[in-house]
Design a protein around this ligand. Sequence first.
Ligand SMILES: [Zn+2]
Length: 133
Amino acid sequence: MIDSQNAGGAGKSDSCGVCGGDGKLENAWGQVAKCPSCHGNGRRAEDTGFRDVTKTKASHHQQSNKAAVAVKQTWPTTATGIQLATEIRDSGLDAATKEKVTREIMEHEATHGLCTQTFSKKIRKQIRPAAAR
Ligand SMILES: [Zn+2]
């Protein structure tokens, strides 16, 4: 913000302010070194994502996305779990029971890493009590 005021209307707002867009700096001994501000490309640091503001914003955004995904996990991840959850979804159970049983599958997945056959049977009994008899 202060930078843009300093560069003020020179018409070269995208050139590096340190080297003037050359990408090189000459030191007191006449040696030419790569400009540390633009890393030799002659462009302003903010164009290369150098600014911390941009980084902070991006990582904060990512973090909130992550949190949303974690909360949003309402579906199993294993093949068997997904199949069971689909059966639950298509069953005649009420919404609260569907949610409860689906969560049971996800919890089982979390502790066992998969859905065991015994567990599948147990779940299917809850989906179709009549058929299991
Ligand atoms: Zn530069």
